[in-house]
Write a protein that binds this ligand. Structure first.
Ligand SMILES: Nc1ncnc2c1ncn2[C@@H]1O[C@H](COP(=O)(O)OP(=O)(O)OP(=O)(O)O)[C@@H](O)[C@H]1O
Length: 614
């Protein structure tokens, strides 16, 4: 089999010519080399074709592919409205929801599912529902053979200081986490822990926790750690930036060390003991690094698999054996199809951003993994799901992959972090650019993450900000993986203090010092909004989220936004009054266990009872 896995296809973008800051190619909206990124010979050929002035773009194919005029998210009872036409953007472009992050996001869900109404170019949707661009797809939609991806990401660091430096230091509101009500439902939940020391964790694990600077567990960790160590399945919901990753990694790593089993390789390839899937490549890489951090110094082998990178490199690393495999679903399934990975030895399956993973975009991949002939039966493995948002209909879908699970809800499921100040401006689409310019000037010196709806607009806005000498980069699904990683790296290190992103960066990314999130375009669903603004205000730090509300396009979200604001004790702007009807009623946010266990109140911790209305 060849290794021509590629997500790159014809790139569709055009931005106005811009000058990079100071005329220096390595500055402004540009990527830098020299961080050990392996350059891509084949792809570099394309880089400067049709340059948009950033000096880093690949050429455009002919036309732009399929517009996402699609339906909303099927099973979600009309939430979010899916695929609503937002009209043209300032750059005069067509909408391209379906092209938005081809696959990492599985955006056929909330964003509307592209039906391939495109005029050539990439055509519409990718072949299989929700398959991401992470897997093997040697042929483009038009049957053309695509160039192989040869990007080999930098080797993960072995430097201990760097390994442990990724953590965001907890902020002044960290202790307030303890006041948030926690509801645990399901049969016989074990007692929550009060401290890491009392959790019966192994020496390595406790040492790594301390090296990470964690002094005490967050509420989700207090509950999830003993539940997972007791061998139970879990659906865990807690606000953005509240430590869900460690909540599953610590007990998993502990179990692997406590009860070690030899690594197996069989006729179906490597047999990881843990598989963790998440919807985006960058989040997958982040979880991989977190797993390396918490297992540092131990015998455990951690591997990663995600698209946009050379297959052979990842395949070789997996073939050497891994206890924990962190992967995007498409690339994972391709490894499985190729007989390089199988699930006979699985002890834990984790779905991070579980509601997204079970959305119709990714569901086929998840079903394929869970139903694979080599997959260990439900009752002989532990299945864990985590997210800050967990709508009821998705909980229903999740149930069939879980065995007698416990449900932990920290605070209002689907609620925004109260550490994020939410500010709204009513602006027409024509005013947005000026408003953004004013904002970045107001927040000069701060790190600002700007969300836009389309990939094309991400480049356009990044180019405009670069023109006014703001150090800006962008991340979206049409960028090469190398560019995506470099953009994120430059933003994290402060080289570029503005990152313009599509929803590919909305979930899970844990970036230090993001002071301000700007919703240049509001998302279509309230869940997406909650995840986006959750890129700031993490682990007890304060953050600011500024959203441009355009009544022409965003009125459907008003009632839900007003609820989110009220729940977070924040002022609802006057221009929201009387607008729209909440699409969420009752417990639509998934604020409680859909199974209606009677022990709900008995298990309530300290703090207030979560608002049942949600
Ligand atoms: N007990 C703790 N003490 C201090 N810091 C912690 C603790 N647990 C986690 N953190 C840090 O908090 C930050 C956020 O954690 P994490 O990314 O796991 O949040 P999350 O709940 O998964 O957020 P999201 O919903 O956005 O994915 C990370 O930098 C992590 O290292």
């Amino acid at each position: 089999m060849d290794d021509e896995w590629d997500d790159s296809g014809d790139v569709v973008m055009q931005a106005p010519p811009v000058q990079n800051n100071g005329g220096d190619d390595s500055e402004g909206h540009n990527f830098t080399r020299g961080r050990g990124f392996t350059s891509i010979v084949e792809d570099d050929d394309d880089f400067n074709k049709g340059s948009n002035g950033f000096g880093e773009r690949r050429g455009r194919g002919g036309g732009r592919g399929g517009r996402g005029g699609g339906r909303g998210r099927g099973g979600r009872g009309g939430r979010g409205g899916g695929g609503r036409d937002r009209g043209d953007y300032e750059n005069g472009g067509d909408n391209d929801y379906d092209n938005e992050d081809r696959g990492d996001r599985g955006d056929r869900g909330e964003r509307g599912r592209g039906r391939g109404r495109g005029r050539g170019g990439r055509g519409g949707s990718r072949p299989s529902g929700g398959s991401d661009d992470d897997g093997e797809n040697p042929e483009g939609a038009d049957g053309e053979k695509k160039a192989p991806v040869t990007y080999v990401p930098p080797e993960p660091t072995e430097n201990e200081e760097e390994i442990f430096s990724s953590t965001i230091s907890s902020g002044i509101n960290f202790d307030k986490f303890d006041c948030i009500a926690v509801k645990v439902t399901g049969e016989n939940p074990p007692r929550a822990i009060d401290s890491f020391q009392s959790a019966n964790l192994r020496k390595y694990v406790v040492e790594n926790i301390l090296k990470s600077g964690y002094k005490k567990p967050t509420p989700i960790q207090k509950h999830a750690i003993p539940i997972i160590m007791a061998g139970r399945d879990l659906m865990g919901c807690a606000q953005t930036g509240s430590g869900k990753t460690a909540a599953f990694l610590l007990p998993i790593i502990n179990t692997l060390l406590q009860d070690p089993r030899d690594l197996q390789t069989g006729e179906h390839g490597a047999q990881p003991q843990v598989v963790i899937v998440s919807p985006t490549r960058e989040l997958t890489l982040q979880i991989f690094n977190e797993a390396r951090k918490f297992s540092h110094g131990s015998v455990l082998k951690i591997a990663v698999a995600y698209g946009g990178t050379a297959v052979r490199h990842q395949g070789d690393s997996i073939a050497r054996g891994c206890h924990i495999l962190v992967a995007t679903p498409g690339r994972l399934n391709d490894f499985v199809d190729r007989g390089r990975v199988s699930f006979e030895s699985i002890r834990f399956v984790v779905l991070d951003e579980a509601d997204r993973m079970l959305d119709m975009g990714f569901m086929p991949n998840v079903e394929k993994m869970m139903g694979h002939p080599t997959m260990v039966p439900l009752k002989e493995r532990q299945t864990l799901m985590f997210s800050a948002t967990f709508p009821e209909d998705i909980q229903h879908l999740a149930g069939r992959f879980l065995n007698n699970y416990l449900f932990v809800a920290v605070g209002v499921v689907g609620g925004a972090s109260t550490d994020v100040e939410q500010i709204f401006f009513q602006v027409s689409k024509y005013e947005k650019q000026d408003k953004l310019k004013n904002l970045v000037e107001e927040y000069e010196g701060k790190r600002v993450l700007v969300f836009v709806e389309t990939k094309r607009n991400a480049d356009f806005i990044a180019a405009r900000l670069s023109q006014i000498q703001k150090m800006t980069t962008s991340i979206h699904g049409d960028r090469l993986q190398q560019e995506r990683e470099e953009a994120l790296h430059n933003f994290k290190t402060g080289r570029h203090c503005i990152l313009v992103a599509t929803a590919v960066a909305a979930r899970g990314l844990d970036i230090k010092n993001v002071d301000v999130v700007v919703n240049y375009d509001l998302p279509k669903s309230i869940d997406e909004y909650v995840h986006r603004i959750g890129r700031t205000g993490r682990v007890g730090n304060r953050g600011i989220a500024v959203s441009f509300y355009n009544p022409d396009t965003d009125s459907a979200l008003v009632a839900d936004l007003a609820k989110i604001l009220r729940q977070a004790d924040q002022t609802v702007p006057d221009f929201f009054q009387g607008g729209g009807t909440a699409t969420y009623t009752g417990n639509k946010y998934g604020g409680s266990d859909i199974r209606n266990f009677n022990n709900a109140t008995a298990a309530v911790d300290q703090g207030q009872e979560p608002d049942e209305e949600w």
